[in-house]
Design a protein around this ligand. Structure first.
Ligand code: UDP
Length: 194
């Protein structure tokens, strides 16, 4: 996996199929694994959020989630072959969770969107367990959210709060959360609920 620098951000030259193929091996390792979308919005605002840049640069998987990033890479004769859309990766993680009977936790989106997303996921991926969910407009404290996720004993956490909330939340809290896989997924719950 090659690392490139786009707008001062590290991004991995990795394809969706490479990630999918690596999942069984990752699952044998300790983790945690952080799958973070690097997109033009983050590049544009990188200077305003140094903590997000630090977090992304320490993530285990910085996915090239923007066609602009792929184009810049290719103009510089670098190695990024294709865009990896965050939602496509989420579907693959859900498939993996389904076949390996993992527990997942959803954090973010409006309450009705979230409950519909949970229902659709439970129907389409019967082998996984939705260990819990918290909407993105809750009054719960950040500490309560962390404790709730920990009590759920989840394996995966998907965070859908939009930029920059989801990146800031992950940067500040993923180390306190006892889960193995983390992904920031933007508007994915809205898509899944639709
Ligand atoms: N969202 C949330 N809490 C907030 C702001 C946004 O849960 O305080 C959710 C929103 O409901 C949507 C997702 O975050 O499900 C992505 O939001 P948006 O499309 O605004 O973000 P972007 O995709 O542009 O990063």
């Amino acid at each position: 996996m090659t690392i490139e620098y786009i707008n001062g951000l590290e991004v991995d030259a990795i394809t969706l199929s490479e990630i999918v193929q690596s999942l069984p091996e990752l699952d044998r390792q300790t983790g945690p694994f952080t799958f973070i979308s690097v997109n033009p919005q983050i590049g544009l605002h990188a200077e305003d959020y140094p903590e997000i840049v630090t977090f992304i640069n320490q993530a285990t998987h910085r996915i090239p989630d923007g066609i602009g990033i792929v184009k810049v890479s290719q103009q510089q004769e670098k190695k990024i072959k294709e865009r990896v859309a965050g939602i496509e990766l989420m579907y693959e993680l859900l498939k993996f969770a389904d076949t390996h009977h993992k527990r997942i936790f959803l954090y973010g989106a409006k309450p009705d969107v979230l409950s519909q997303a949970v229902e659709n996921i439970e129907r389409n991926y019967p082998g996984l367990t939705v260990a819990g969910s918290i909407d993105g407009y809750t009054n719960m404290s950040e500490q309560d959210i962390v404790e709730t996720i920990n009590r759920s004993q989840t394996d995966m956490v998907f965070v859908a709060l939009g930029f920059p909330r989801q990146e800031l939340w992950l940067a500040n809290h993923y180390q306190e959360v006892e889960a193995k896989y983390f992904q920031d997924v933007g508007g994915a719950f809205d898509v899944i609920s639709g």
